[in-house]
Design a protein around this ligand. Structure first.
Ligand SMILES: Cc1ncc(COP(=O)(O)O)c(C=O)c1O
Length: 377
């Protein structure tokens, strides 16, 4: 394999729920969940059964035909948006969902897009163009032109930038890759007002915050807005590759036959897996439970000496350290049997499966505290 991911330190061979095992038989508590992707953990019996059943029934049909799992999932997502006009385009990943949003935005007749500094929207050329991190874009220029980056959580800057020349403003409800950065209440509402005033599409990148992880289906609902576009991936497929770009209102009719497509996007197996995952999330009240874990993790981890604050929502949390030692801390946690990642130099990100138990949350806190104390952090 190529060197783009660096050299992995462990090789994982098996997982059950929130636990995984490496090739040497060491057990880890998986508090990263495939970076916010394994929404129900590993090998969830209902997801496994749905995948099994679908793969025995119909596995791939191409996009020339519809299939029940795709239609049911689109209807489910429409109901979560709460707007009958919502229409879904299925793809395979977050980057593809954002590529689809970029193409949709071109159909407004305008060409300029605004994104936020520090944002992450994916690695393909279009998604990279709207990613607000120069370090990731630099080697791949020239990228898409007419993209402007404004400071995140800054309504005054957004106001100066938004005009009738802009096609779309894309923003994450919480900047995940940038270290779980949470905007002030009212930010998304303010963006909604500004974009509506100038006829600009408001796109919410819910790839990381979505599918219940932050306590609501997409992560923007507390702001009481309806965006024009929502992009999803990660947790959507219940662990299988699946992305979606949902367009709402007028934007829902921009794509015409031939505008866009994907061979594997919305394939029956990924959609069946997604439907099974959603039914467990709903039945077991996991969105609400997620908020209870948020409160206890913020309280308990927040008390540890080396921790400045714990920020984020639900089970997408950034543990901000007083010192820039997140990488080292994450490596020590891994050696102690806990998987997390260093989102930035000072922030450890946790995004465990939503089926995590109170006992596993306690075990995490205990190991975190022990590693912090033993290493004098
Ligand atoms: C907010 C956000 N958007 C888009 C992406 C890209 O998703 P993918 O890796 O599935 O292309 C990510 C991945 O981390 C993300 O966090």
């Amino acid at each position: 394999m190529q060197a783009n991911y660096g050299l992995p330190q462990i090789s994982l061979v098996r997982g059950v729920g929130v636990e995984v095992w490496d090739v040497q038989g060491n057990r880890y508590l998986d508090f990263l969940g495939g970076i916010a992707t394994n929404i129900l953990g590993h090998a969830h019996p209902e997801v496994v059964a749905a995948i099994h059943k679908q793969s025995q029934t119909l596995s791939h049909v191409s996009n020339l035909y519809s299939h029940p799992s795709g239609v049911l999932l689109a209807e489910k997502l429409q109901s979560f948006v709460g707007d009958q006009s919502a229409r879904v385009f299925f793809c395979n990943s977050g980057a593809e969902a954002n590529e689809s949003a970029i193409k949709l935005s071109r159909l407004t007749g305008r060409k300029r897009i605004i994104s936020t500094l520090g944002s992450f929207h994916g690695r393909t050329m279009g998604a990279l163009s709207i990613t607000g991190q120069e370090s990731k874009r630099l080697a791949f220029k020239p990228l898409l032109r007419k993209i402007q980056y404004v400071p995140f959580d800054d309504l005054a800057a957004a106001k100066r930038a938004i005009s009738k020349k802009i096609s779309m403003f894309i923003v994450e409800p919480i900047q995940g890759e940038n270290g779980v950065v949470v905007p002030k209440p009212g930010y998304l509402q303010g963006l909604r007002e500004l974009t509506t005033k100038h006829g600009v599409l408001l796109a919410i990148d819910a790839v990381q915050t979505g599918m219940g992880r932050t306590g609501t289906w997409f992560g923007y609902e507390n702001e009481k807005i309806t965006p024009d576009v929502i992009t999803l991936a990660k947790g959507l497929g219940g662990g299988l590759p699946l992305g979606a770009m949902i367009a709402i209102g007028d934007a829902a009719s921009y794509f015409k036959p031939g505008s866009h497509g994907s061979t594997f996007g919305g394939n029956p197996i990924s959609c069946a897996s997604a439907l099974a995952a959603i039914s467990v999330l709903e039945r077991d009240g996991l969105l609400k439970q997620c908020l209870e874990f948020e409160a206890s993790l913020k309280r308990e981890i927040g008390q540890i000496n080396s921790v400045l604050e714990v920020r984020g929502a639900g089970l997408l949390l950034g543990i901000v350290l007083k010192e820039n030692k997140a990488k080292d801390f994450a490596a020590k946690l891994q050696a102690a049997g806990v998987l997390v990642n260093a989102a930035t130099e000072s922030v450890i990100r946790i995004a465990p499966p939503l089926i995590v138990s109170p006992a596993q949350v306690s075990e995490f806190v205990q190991i975190f505290r022990k590693v912090a104390t033993e290493n004098g952090y």
